[in-house]
Design a protein around this ligand. Sequence first.
Ligand SMILES: Nc1ncnc2c1ncn2[C@@H]1O[C@H](COP(=O)(O)OP(=O)(O)OP(=O)(O)O)[C@@H](O)[C@H]1O
Ligand SMILES: [Mg+2]
Length: 259
Amino acid sequence: MSHSVPNPAPPLGELAARVERVTKSYGTGDAEVRALDDVTVGIPKGRFTAVMGPSGSGKSTLMHCMAGLDSVTAGQVFVGDVELTRLDDKRLTRLRRDRIGFIFQAFNLVPTLTALENITLPLDIAGRKADQAWLDTVIDTVGLRPRLKHRPSELSGGQQQRVACARALASRPGIIFADEPTGNLDSRSGAEVLGFLQSSVRDMGQTIVMVTHDPGAAAYADEVVFLQDGRIVDTMTAPTSEKVLERMKGFDLPKVVSE
Ligand SMILES: Nc1ncnc2c1ncn2[C@@H]1O[C@H](COP(=O)(O)OP(=O)(O)OP(=O)(O)O)[C@@H](O)[C@H]1O
Ligand SMILES: [Mg+2]
């Protein structure tokens, strides 16, 4: 059966994670960029949430702050009932290891390990044994079985991304953050990965938050959160690609920076 990860029920009903009035600034004075501007949002447990918005709107920053990979300038971040913004480095590292999965484009695989070793690395580090049946399902779904013994440098970009997907799913973490997980995949493998992410939510109760630019990918989600200029400007439930595309058209073109 599934691994029993201690995952105390969050006090706030059904939220797997939330941010409360979070601001994230880079630089100071005239050079200050407010990547997140007083953002409050909750990620429902057991749901597939997509985050969309124009380039530079703060999507990756939101994911990094929620996952405890980056500090916030102001506000609070919670995963389950634990406030990340209060944890010391050691506890934060442990919480990330035990409760959070990542599928980030820039999140490199370990070059000296094989695909399979990369997939099971978080479990190995945590001293947990892989659930072999689940691992097999994950590997077959992302289509990596023939490439398991290869190192990342011997895999295509899309294959490496599938390894990252499999790695995040292998330990069945409380929440998975994915930043454009299918951005480098052809449409067929992209659809397979998205279908798999969706079924891990529907059938296994996995919680996933995914940044995407693709209305077709967002349509796999249960809910879409729209960001613009570091703020949440809209949400949509039961998205379809048509509805999402229509909403995206409503966004301003990137702001022209006056000289
Ligand atoms: N390390 C950093 N230092 C300075 N500014 C940063 C840094 N990281 C991000 N920013 C700025 O913060 C803003 C939000 O960036 P972010 O990466 O979150 O955008 P995004 O919505 O993920 O965009 P994209 O769709 O292009 O990936 C942008 O204006 C960006 O230039
Ligand atoms: Mg980004």
